[in-house]
Write a protein that binds this ligand. Structure first.
Ligand code: SAH
Length: 240
């Protein structure tokens, strides 16, 4: 081989890689999202194909502020402003799977936050009702989800402790903030055969994610799911 060829090879490699270098800075979100689903969700035992498809479709990086986008698919909770946070993908998946989200169902979510969990649910069930106490978060989430074309998510600003009686009963209720007891209005608004998923706080450090099922005879069956660490449910101004 002539010596000039030796010089051409590194030059060729440099020019081939140049476009990649110019695009550096913006991560390959699609790749990160696939990796997240494979490692954090399938890798930890959740294999329901409809649920996995939802996690591969909803772009989590759109639900966090631009400065956190590169971390949107990390195995960790993320700040969503106003002192609130979005749970790590695995926790969202555990809660979603627990509610048994089959296509005809109606699910109530307490704590809209960024709107990410509502979007996942909206991919899986017929209607999602979501309540947020902090107006800015609720309105921003609604703007985003409307712009993404979701027509089956219904929004309310208010104290989710009281549920949303107008559309009750719900086949599933997901509470994404912790309380030290199970709110009575949510139990009342749960359909027979329905499931309520809620992080119960026993102390400032100890929380458990639990599932309550309302049985035919009205009895409540409690199942422990996993340890949890959720932001607290804040009460509105009204009395309990
Ligand atoms: N599901 C959200 C994560 C929410 S974090 C997501 O996917 O991003 C918990 C949310 O519960 C916060 O946004 C917080 O403001 C809200 N919250 C706290 N107390 C509430 C209450 N009483 N009623 C409704 N929302 C409440």
């Amino acid at each position: 081989m002539k010596p000039t060829y030796f010089l051409m090879i590194p030059a060729l490699i440099f020019f081939c890689l140049l476009p990649c270098r110019l695009q550096a800075g913006e991560p390959d979100y699609a790749l990160l999202q696939k990796k997240m689903t494979a490692e954090q969700i399938v890798g930890r035992g959740i294999t329901d194909q409809r649920l996995l498809t939802a996690f591969e479709k909803v772009k989590r990086h759109l639900f966090v502020k631009p400065s956190l986008r590169a971390h949107a698919y990390d195995d960790s909770p993320l700040d969503i402003g106003e002192g609130q946070s979005i749970s790590e993908p695995y926790i969202v998946a555990v809660m979603t799977a627990a509610v048994a989200p089959t296509p005809g169902k109606k699910v109530l979510e307490i704590g809209t936050g960024s709107g990410y969990h509502a979007a996942i649910l909206a991919e899986l069930v017929k209607n999602v009702y979501t309540i947020e106490l902090i107006e800015k978060l609720g309105k921003d989430a609604q703007t985003l989800l409307d712009s993404l074309g979701y027509k089956n998510i219904h929004f309310k600003i208010g104290d989710g402790y009281k549920g949303w009686e107008q559309y009750a009963p719900y086949d599933g209720i997901i509470v994404t903030c912790s309380e030290d007891h199970i709110p009575e209005p949510l139990i009342k608004q749960l359909a027979v055969g329905g499931r309520l998923i809620i992080p119960v706080r026993y102390s400032s450090k100890v929380q458990e994610l639990i599932m309550i099922e309302k049985e035919e005879d009205g009895e409540l069956k409690k199942t422990y799911l996993i340890p949890a660490q959720f932001v607290p449910l804040i009460r509105g101004n009204e009395e309990r």
